[in-house]
Design a protein around this ligand. Structure first.
Ligand code: AVJ
Length: 328
């Protein structure tokens, strides 16, 4: 029997850049470091070096989410494709290296795939890899900050059944539950009523397991965190002395999230773009949260965002969940 892809013509591959003009990195750094609790947004982790370090994190023995979600995808991609249905336009946020997406696309055979990522350096080669693996696939790659309202380019010429947002990796965990609701409302607007959401969500578990996953023995997560300061030095002419800062990450059981900080080892100053910032010894820059949910907690958040659970796939050890949801 002929596979559907053998009957389809060569796919179209196009890229759009929707990143705002001007240096929003500098603006966000100056704003974040001026606050009483200094903060830097996690989206700036992902320069070329940061993407490389994140790929290394995904291979760490302590960092279970990537391999667990991949296993869930391998086992259930057929059921997920059935849930999403035929002629489904697949929109992916934070596509990164697209390993999980490949498994899904193989099963789903979508008429159109729209990867959206802030990191052009990661998204383009990944999209081009998918274009080689699936020559029939239409791909519209969009470089954009998906935490802001976004209108995707239209693509005419293929019939679209439903739109689906694929958001793997538990990247939703970078939002507080309150922010996650706002983000899901944006996704809901994008897929419209009856549209779908397929989302990977890391589950609550033993604090020891979570602490180790974000503070690995090899120090890769530390390097990933501190690369944010290195990036400020490289791109914004900052003068952070990396050896005088350290990585700090821990699971806050009351909040239900991992907190990641960069801690100043001494009283010191650093300069960015002509502005001087003072650090006392032990003072931190808050760089990331990674929120963990029970299945019920995530369904409640999704409900407020306009999605209802249809199916949930979980690994046997209850580490990670993938939710298939419908916009209501
Ligand atoms: C890509 C946001 C899902 O929170 O687990 C990994 C990023 N930070 N180790 C996560 C991350 C530290 C990761 N996400």
């Amino acid at each position: 029997m002929a596979h559907p892809q053998q009957r389809r013509a060569q796919g179209v591959v196009r890229f759009y850049d929707f990143l705002p003009e001007g240096n929003s990195f500098l603006d966000d750094v100056l704003k974040g470091l001026a606050q009483p609790q200094k903060t830097l947004p996690p989206k700036y982790f992902y320069d070329a070096r940061g993407c490389e370090l994140f790929e290394q994190i995904c291979e760490l023995p302590e960092y279970y989410p990537t391999r667990t979600e991949l296993a869930i995808m391998r086992e259930h991609a057929g059921a997920m494709a059935k849930f999403l249905g035929p002629d489904c336009q697949l929109i992916e946020f934070g596509s990164g290296s697209s390993r999980k997406t490949r498994i899904l696309i193989e099963q789903l055979q979508p008429p159109l795939y729209v990867p959206v990522d802030i990191a052009d350096e990661a998204m383009r080669p990944a999209a081009e890899g998918l274009a080689r693996a699936f020559p029939w696939l239409n791909i519209i790659g969009v470089c954009a900050d998906y935490t802001r309202p976004l209108t995707l380019p239209e693509f005419v010429g293929v019939p679209i059944g439903r739109k689906a947002v694929y958001f793997p990796g538990s990247t939703i965990g970078n939002f507080t539950p309150h922010e996650a609701i706002g983000f899901l409302q944006l996704a809901r607007r994008m897929v419209g009523p009856g549209g779908a959401l397929l989302i990977g969500v890391d589950l609550k578990k033993d604090k020891k397991v979570l602490d180790a996953a974000y503070d690995d023995a090899a120090g890769v997560t530390a390097a990933f965190n501190l690369n944010l300061l290195a990036r400020i030095n490289r791109e914004l002419g900052g003068d952070f002395q990396l050896r005088r800062f350290s990585h700090k990450a821990f699971y806050d059981e009351a909040k239900g999230w991992i907190e990641m900080h960069i801690e100043s080892r001494a009283s010191q100053f650093a300069h960015v773009g002509g502005t001087r910032f003072r650090f006392s010894a032990g003072e931190t820059i808050h760089t990331e949260i990674s929120c963990k949910y029970s299945v019920e907690e995530f369904r409640a958040v999704a409900h407020h965002g306009g999605f209802e659970a249809d199916q949930t796939w979980i690994d046997a050890a209850n580490m990670f969940s993938v939710h298939g949801m419908i916009a209501v």
